[in-house]
Structure formats: structure tokens, C-alpha cells
Design a protein around this ligand. Structure first.
Ligand code: UDP
Ligand code: MG
Length: 205
């Protein structure tokens, strides 16, 4: 009989191979995750989208969460991790992409204690500030946090709060960095090659 998939102590949920995709706002996370998801059939969950959906559902803490987002700050980790756990529980897939999480050390440690296992890889999208600012100024997705002042705070917070998270993951050799100040297709080609190398053989088994 094949071995049962390993399960985490707290949740009893099957363990997945989780890839965290991180990078500043406008670094291309959502765009590239969409393409990888389409080409390799891997589900992806955007922490920001899940939070916006929670707020849109009219939950009691919605106003408070929206205020935090407009300040370019990070919402309580328990909320985000809960949303991600719920989303992951809804798929049988063994490998999942998570876009825009973790954002700070508390996110990372709450994930570790609540989910019970770590990610397999951190994909860091590296893009100069000016390019990210230009992209965000040019996109119109109706997001209230895409105004100049909030964008500036989001970029600053990404730099300061992610530095220790990246240091940690570098120290255990989990970070892969991609330059994303290039055309969508060029980044996608590089990311696809990387994906095939790391994940496609296992996915086919
Ligand atoms: N956010 C958060 N925790 C997360 C992800 C997002 O608090 O794990 C909040 C944060 O305020 C962030 C906003 O949601 O600025 C938008 O996040 P999203 O990932 O959608 O923005 P992006 O970085 O893609 O522009
Ligand atoms: Mg995004």
C-alpha cells in the first residue's frame, strides 16, 4: 500500500509543496502566477485577493482591514493565514503557488505555527522601484490602494519588513530571485523553465 500523505499535527490537512511568490507591489506577481497556473495547472492563491474578497463579503472587521490596507500596512497574520489555509483545503493539488505572502516576519512565524510546515521555495521578484511605480500608476483595477501615497508606503514596507524574511529564507537556501523589469513573455519563459526543473517531474508522477 502506498504511504499516506504526511499530515500536519494541528490541522490534519495533507501537506503541500508551497511556493511563496514575493516582490514589491507592481513587480508582476499576479501576472506571472496566472501564466504559470494556466500552463502547469497549478492553483494559485493571492493573499491580497483573498483579503479583498473577505472585505467585500461584508465581514464585521471589514472597515478595520480596509483602513490597514489604505495605510499600506499588513493585516493581522491570523486572518491572512486562515484565509490561505481555507483556500488550500479546497484543492487536492499537491503543489500550490501563493502570491503576496508572507509580508513580514510575523506572517512567516504565524504561518509556521498555524500551518505546521514551511514553504518549499520563495520566488522573489526583483524590480526597481521606479518601474513598479510606473506600472501601478498605469494600471487601473479600481483598487483604492493604488494611489500614489499608499503605493509609496507599500513599496517602503515591502523593503523594510521583507528584509528579515528574505534573510531568513536565504539562510536556509530557499530563495530564488528573478529579475522582473522585463517584458511579460521574457519573465514567463524564465519562470517556466525554472518551474519545469523544480516541479514538473513530480507533478507528472
Ligand atoms: N495584504 C496583507 N497581507 C498579505 C497580503 C496583502 O496585509 O498577506 C494587504 C496589504 O495591505 C497590501 C494589500 O493587502 O498592501 C494588497 O496586497 P496585494 O498583494 O494584492 O498587492 P500587490 O503587492 O500585488 O500590489
Ligand atoms: Mg497582486
Amino acid at each position: 500500500m502506498p504511504d499516506a500523505p504526511s499530515r500536519t499535527a494541528e490541522q490534519g490537512a495533507p501537506r503541500k509543496r508551497v511556493v511563496f511568490v514575493v516582490g514589491g507591489p507592481g513587480s508582476g506577481k499576479g501576472t506571472q502566477c496566472d501564466l504559470i497556473s494556466r500552463d502547469f495547472g497549478v492553483p494559485f492563491f493571492s493573499a491580497g485577493e483573498l483579503i479583498r474578497a473577505l472585505i467585500a463579503s461584508g465581514c464585521p472587521e471589514g472597515k478595520q482591514l480596509q483602513d490597514i490596507i489604505l495605510q499600506g500596512q499588513i493585516i493581522p497574520s491570523e486572518v491572512t493565514v486562515g484565509l490561505l489555509q481555507q483556500a488550500m483545503a479546497g484543492t487536492q493539488a499537491e503543489t500550490v503557488l501563493i502570491d503576496g505572502f508572507p509580508r513580514n516576519t510575523e506572517n512567516r512565524t504565524v504561518w509556521a505555527s498555524q500551518v505546521g510546515y514551511d514553504c518549499e521555495m520563495v520566488l522573489l521578484f526583483d524590480c526597481p522601484d521606479e518601474i513598479m511605480m510606473q506600472r501601478l500608476a498605469g494600471r487601473n483595477q479600481g483598487r483604492e490602494d493604488d494611489n500614489e501615497e499608499t503605493i509609496r508606503k507599500r513599496v517602503q514596507n515591502f523593503k523594510s519588513q521583507m528584509a528579515p524574511v528574505l534573510d531568513h529564507y536565504r539562510s536556509i537556501d530557499k530563495v530564488t530571485t528573478l529579475r522582473t523589469d522585463r517584458p511579460i513573455e521574457a519573465v514567463h519563459a524564465e519562470l517556466s523553465a525554472l518551474w519545469r526543473q523544480h516541479f514538473a517531474p513530480a507533478a507528472k508522477a
